[in-house]
Design a protein around this ligand. Structure first.
Ligand SMILES: Cc1ncc(COP(=O)(O)O)c(C=O)c1O
Length: 350
């Protein structure tokens, strides 16, 4: 079975399993796990930030960021296709107890890259009857827009606006590594323009579990309290961090293969004339596509599975999603293309 539902489906490699078995651990709630501490230090250094905190998931990392930057009743600006808005179970209303102000980036043709003008328009004036805007969140690469990439220059413009209006800027960088690989830039080139970033080890980098929130000492101290409140203090978490260290230091280099496979898949579908590929040509490892005449996605996905291919739904409106990762080879990519074409021609004849 070729599994393109997400880059989260990868299995830990033998090297990771070995490192997990061999690593030295301690109680991380006492800040005594040397492997976790190494991972946190390495990520903070890579991003050029003072500190980092290992947390179980990207969702927890984002929600902690909201909680440390915003007070209950504040408003947080996000884009209307963001992961924070769609897939985090309304947690901002439960944990930080904030209201999300969703700004569309699609209308500008910038697809996931909130424009400075749009963000500026969404910042509330100071009157007492408005919510107080305290935070802007951006996502890079952008999941629901098919792995599109924001540039460091765009981050810089948004940060200048945020600074001028005393707002914090948080980046949901679950796939920041993919954005870096696509643009051939270092993570710190984005991080320098953010107050905090969330980065995941369990997506394209292939670790079994874990994300990190990265920022100043003060922010990470506050984040540590929130992690405990949320039940995210993981004790001998070094067994997970050990796999994370391999992901961080050994798997970033291979991301361009995933991008090449996604590009091969997208090109083949695009050139067949039977599909629309969103944001073609793709920039990273996510391909969002649909048949020119949209089909019932549940049936389509089931038929793909019967042929040995797993994909998932993209967005509403018949969009499908294929995500490439290090456990999919070039020949499996070709096999996936053939299966998609076979399933689609059956649909066309029904
Ligand atoms: C952009 C983005 N942010 C955050 C997350 C949440 O990560 P997790 O599943 O580790 O909670 C995901 C998960 O796919 C994601 O795609």
């Amino acid at each position: 079975m070729i599994d393109l539902r997400s880059d989260t489906v990868t299995m830990p490699t033998d090297e990771m399993r070995h490192a997990m078995a061999e690593c030295i651990v301690g109680d991380d709630v006492f800040v005594e796990d040397p492997t976790v501490n190494t991972l946190q230090n390495d990520i903070a250094a890579l991003l050029g930030k003072e500190d980092a905190l290992f947390v179980p998931s990207g969702c927890m990392s984002n929600q902690i960021a909201l909680a440390i930057h915003a007070k209950a009743g504040d408003e947080v600006i996000v884009d209307d296709e963001s992961h924070i808005f769609h897939y985090e179970t309304a947690a901002p209303s439960i944990i930080a107890r904030v209201q999300l102000r969703c700004v569309s980036s699609a209308s500008q043709g910038t697809r996931g890259a909130l424009s400075v003008d749009d963000v500026e328009r969404a910042i509330r004036p100071g009157a007492y009857y408005f919510p107080r805007t305290s935070l802007v969140c951006i996502e890079n690469s952008h999941n629901r827009y098919g792995g599109t990439v924001l540039t460091p220059a765009h981050f810089k413009e948004l940060k200048e606006l945020c600074d001028s209006r005393s707002l914090a800027l948080h980046c949901d960088g679950a796939r920041l590594w993919n954005a870096c690989a696509a643009l051939d830039v270092e993570p710190r080139e984005f991080a320098v323009h953010c107050d905090t970033l969330s980065v995941c080890l369990s997506k394209g980098l292939g670790a079994p579990v874990g994300s990190l929130l990265v920022g100043s000492h003060t922010h990470i101290q506050a984040a540590r309290r929130w992690r405990k409140i949320l039940g995210g203090g993981m004790r001998q978490a070094g067994v997970l961090a050990a796999a994370g260290l391999i992901a961080l230091h050994k798997h970033r280099q291979g991301l361009h293969f995933d991008h090449a496979h996604a590009a091969q898949f997208a090109k083949s579908l695009h050139e067949s004339g039977s599909f629309i590929v969103d944001n073609y040509p793709t920039q990273t490892n996510i391909v969002i596509f649909r048949m020119v005449n949209p089909v019932d996605t549940t049936t389509y996905i089931e038929r793909c599975q019967q042929h040995g291919l797993r994909i998932s739904t993209g967005r509403e409106g018949g969009w499908l999603r294929a995500v490439f990762h290090h456990q999919v080879s070039a020949s499996q990519t070709q096999e996936a293309i053939d299966i998609i074409k076979a399933v689609s021609s059956n649909f066309a004849h029904n």
